[in-house]
Design a protein around this ligand. Structure first.
Ligand code: GLY
Length: 338
């Protein structure tokens, strides 16, 4: 898919995102997009992915590795104290503690690292990368993950999340007496996928998870194949939304497998949502959203959340896009564009 043909939305113009002119179908179906796209290419979830993509691109353009690009891109979002869903500024759990989940995957060699329920570490994505690079394991959790991160010299920060916890408690009580018409999203994950100029792939995922979750709850984000999956022969996919609804179906793995069968990343995201929604008693009320890119440099995204947006970046363009909203079940699901 040729990114230069698209109408990109700058972060400053996100208000325009609802316009049909920017709907993902308008570019996903352009004929020239059946071929290859641009490399390097970076795709990530949500508008906050754009500054992360821009940093990742800079790393690549100055000769850095795709792993450095993924890690340093995600640092941008993890470092933002105003972000209430990623990093230590994120929403606390039901005990008032911020517990973070992250993972990273490197296409060559099919390597991966992951941390879950990690407390007080500024950059969980770096802890995940160290697990991959410095241990024989793939995943560390809780206090073990924290001790490892400290041992590795990663920055620790004491977090006082009392105010956020009290706010969450007040909102919870408010919602019981006055329930919102539609579920309010309180869980936005950064999943960032990178395709290097050399055709290699990497990806990372980081979140504070569902606000008010039970202590110890782990969502999809650090689970390989759920919140993130990278296959260097095919492509990469990442997820955001209600982790439980992604991880019961290995959502990101499924997107990559659809791409392996020849589907365009856009069709692969849609087919995954259709397949999950058909099988799940919740139908389309799942809050699941995917981004994907393939080895040829094509990309796509789809979700069940109306407010879901994603960011795409190449050396010539960078912007926030409105993905395909999957709001009805399609009888021919899975037979998407190749
Ligand atoms: N998708 C993030 C979570 O549910 O934890």
């Amino acid at each position: 898919m040729n990114i230069s043909r698209r109408k990109f939305l700058d972060q400053t113009a996100v208000g325009l995102v609802g316009s049909a002119a920017f709907h993902v179908t308008s570019f996903a179906q352009a004929p020239s997009e059946a071929g290859g796209g641009q490399k390097p290419l970076i795709v990530s979830t949500w508008p906050f992915g754009k500054p992360a993509n821009d940093v990742a691109l800079k790393v690549l353009l100055r000769g850095g590795s795709i792993l450095d690009a993924v890690e340093q891109g995600i640092w941008v979002v993890e470092s933002d104290p105003d972000n209430r869903s990623v990093g230590l500024g994120g929403g606390p759990n039901a005990a008032g503690v911020v517990q973070l989940d992250a993972c990273i995957m490197f296409g060559p060699g099919h390597r991966a690292g992951s941390v879950a329920a990690l407390e007080g570490i500024r950059h969980p994505i770096s802890a995940a990368r160290r697990v991959m690079e410095k241990t024989t394991h793939v995943m560390l959790v809780g206090e073990g993950a924290r001790m490892f991160a400290l041992q590795e010299g990663l920055e620790a920060i004491a977090v006082d999340s009392r105010e956020r916890y009290e706010l969450w408690q007040r909102q919870k009580i408010g919602q019981r007496t006055n329930p919102p018409e539609k579920k309010k999203d309180n869980h936005d994950t950064i999943a960032l996928l990178a395709l290097g100029a050399d055709g290699n792939l990497a990806g990372g995922c980081s979140t504070s998870g569902l606000g008010g979750k039970l202590p110890g709850r782990v969502g999809d984000s650090p689970i390989l194949g759920s919140g993130l999956y990278v296959d260097n022969e095919v492509g990469a996919a990442g997820a955001t939304g209600v982790g439980e609804n992604v991880m019961r179906y290995c959502g990101s793995f499924l997107v990559v497998e659809y791409m392996r069968q020849g589907l365009h990343p856009q069709s692969a995201c849609e087919a995954t949502i259709q397949r999950i929604a058909k099988q799940d008693p919740k139908g389309l009320d799942l809050s699941i959203n995917f981004v994907a890119l393939d080895k040829q440099g094509r990309f796509g995204a789809a979700g069940t959340d109306k407010n879901f947006r994603f960011a795409a970046t190449t050396s010539s363009s960078s912007g926030v896009l409105q993905p395909m909203l999957v709001d009805h079940l399609d009888a021919g699901a899975g037979a998407g564009r190749r």
